[in-house]
Design a protein around this ligand. Structure first.
Ligand SMILES: *[C@@H]1O[C@H](CO)[C@@H](O)[C@H](O)[C@H]1NC(C)=O
Ligand SMILES: *[C@@H]1O[C@H](CO)[C@@H](O)[C@H](O)[C@H]1NC(C)=O
Ligand SMILES: *[C@@H]1O[C@H](CO)[C@@H](O)[C@H](O)[C@H]1NC(C)=O
Ligand SMILES: *[C@@H]1O[C@H](CO)[C@@H](O)[C@H](O)[C@H]1NC(C)=O
Ligand SMILES: *[C@@H]1O[C@H](CO)[C@@H](O)[C@H](O)[C@H]1NC(C)=O
Length: 392
């Protein structure tokens, strides 16, 4: 909590130059779907990633296509780093030290990252940085719900770029804006058949949002917590490497788990480098849960419970048994809209309405993803939050 407060207060300072008045909220939106208008920036393109090809080649087609956007993004990170440490020493450090780290990452991630650096021409250390900084500063909303006919829906807003430079003129986060052109849908194939699908950022090999058709859907949200927050990542850099990177775990679960229960066990028990929330949905009635993780283990699993009237589980970035930070209460808005929608009327369409309601939709929101496991469906939309809009 205290780290979260720190980050938010820092972000508040960088946002004080805007004329926003917190907290900016609105009535639950309706009839936003199919997506159009000022909150919809554009569609997300599909790419195939062939798991039968060597890790170093898998991303070639995608990176070749997205090279310019990726180079722009990396340049924005360099600019921020240089604004922070004007001597250019920070990027120098990244270029010298992070390439050494790439071989400490497990395969296939290590080989894939090297492949991406080779194809894009971006220095290896900067691609490594791009791949680890999602492990911090990701604030999101995820929800799994079941309608009264037993259909399961999983939705999420991906909010990224907090504290990463506020563009006063555009009233936007510099990094969030640069990420939007990098949003892609991925179809991971093995033996020429879809194994799982994901919404991701080009150049990033971990997973934050994905679906294994007919089996489960999975999203990860950041859990801010000082006990172990970034210590695990620091330990990894210093050589103590007995935990797993969170978004590598989600990808390996999407790749390897073959049931909802198996996915749940792996997500609950694998030792991690930092705390996280995993939001898991299944293909059968009652299969939906939030796993609250410390580095070592799951400290709480909140399951859907239809008998108790709990027909959805919803997670932002706070432990569900605690109050959210008062300057960042996306949770109450989202829950209010879920309640107002009712179980009878929940669907991908109404879920999109809820994820389009400010401040659930905010200046950090890069994309909205909607998933339905029984249909194997994943659809994503790039978002904008027109003024007035909360910075997070
Ligand atoms: C700010 O907005 C203008 C006009 O929409 C655009 O051309 C420019 O690239 C934006 N700048 C950033 C940093 O996003
Ligand atoms: C892969 O599947 C597609 C369509 O499902 C088919 O057109 C193609 O020939 C297949 N390729 C191989 C190598 O089997
Ligand atoms: C939503 O509904 C639940 C269950 O009926 C209730 O406990 C909760 O207070 C409601 N929350 C809001 C914000 O309406
Ligand atoms: C649910 O949807 C039906 C049909 O669209 C509508 O008549 C009804 O008012 C909705 N219920 C709620 C609680 O929004
Ligand atoms: C998933 O749900 C669909 C629709 O209810 C059903 O047809 C399918 O058999 C289920 N798959 C599994 C693996 O349970």
């Amino acid at each position: 909590m205290s780290l979260c407060v720190l980050i938010i207060v820092a972000a508040l300072f960088s946002a004080t130059t805007t004329q926003f008045i917190p907290p900016y909220t609105e009535d639950c939106r309706a009839d936003m779907y199919p997506p159009s208008g000022p909150t919809f920036r554009g569609a997300v393109r599909w790419y195939t990633v062939d798991l039968d090809s060597p890790p170093s080649d898998r991303w070639t087609a995608l990176i070749t296509d997205k090279k310019t956007d990726l180079v722009n993004m990396i340049q924005a990170i360099r600019d921020l780093a240089n604004a922070f440490v004007p001597s250019g020493r920070l990027i120098e450090l990244v270029d010298i030290t992070l390439p050494l780290m790439v071989d400490t990452l497990p395969n296939p991630f290590s080989e894939e990252i090297k492949g991406i650096a080779a194809v894009s021409g971006i220095p290896l250390g900067e691609v490594v940085l791009f791949n680890i900084f999602y492990e911090v500063f990701t604030v999101c909303t995820s929800v799994v719900a079941e309608d009264d006919e037993g259909n399961l829906f999983h939705g999420r807003n991906m909010d990224f770029g907090l504290f990463m430079g506020w563009d006063v003129k555009n009233k936007s986060w510099i990094i969030s804006e640069k990420l939007k052109p990098l949003v892609v849908n991925l179809d991971f194939k093995r033996n020429n058949q879809t194994l799982f699908k994901s919404t991701n950022f080009a150049g990033y090999v971990g997973m934050l949002t994905g679906i294994k058709p007919k089996i489960f859907s999975l999203t990860m949200n950041e859990r801010f917590s000082l006990d172990g927050g970034y210590i695990g990542i620091l330990e990894w850099i210093l050589g103590k490497r007995d935990g797993m990177w969170m978004s590598f775990l989600t990808r390996s679960v999407l790749e390897n788990a073959n049931s909802y229960e198996e996915a749940k066990t792996l997500l609950a028990r694998t030792k991690l480098l930092a705390p996280a929330y995993f939001i898991l949905g299944g293909n059968q009635t009652g299969q939906g849960c939030i796993i609250t993780r410390s580095r070592l283990l799951s400290i709480d699993v909140l399951e859907m419970d239809l008998k108790l009237g709990r027909w959805y589980v919803l997670e932002t970035n706070y432990d569900h048994w605690e109050e959210p930070f008062f300057l960042d209460d996306r949770r109450t808005s989202a829950i209010k809209c879920m309640n107002q929608t009712t179980q009878t009327n929940i669907s991908l369409k109404t879920m999109y309405d809820i994820l389009s309601t400010k401040p659930v939709l905010n200046k950090l929101t890069t994309y909205t993803t909607l998933m339905q496991v029984s249909e194997g469906k994943l659809e994503s939309y790039i978002r904008d939050c027109p003024n007035p809009c909360m910075p997070w």
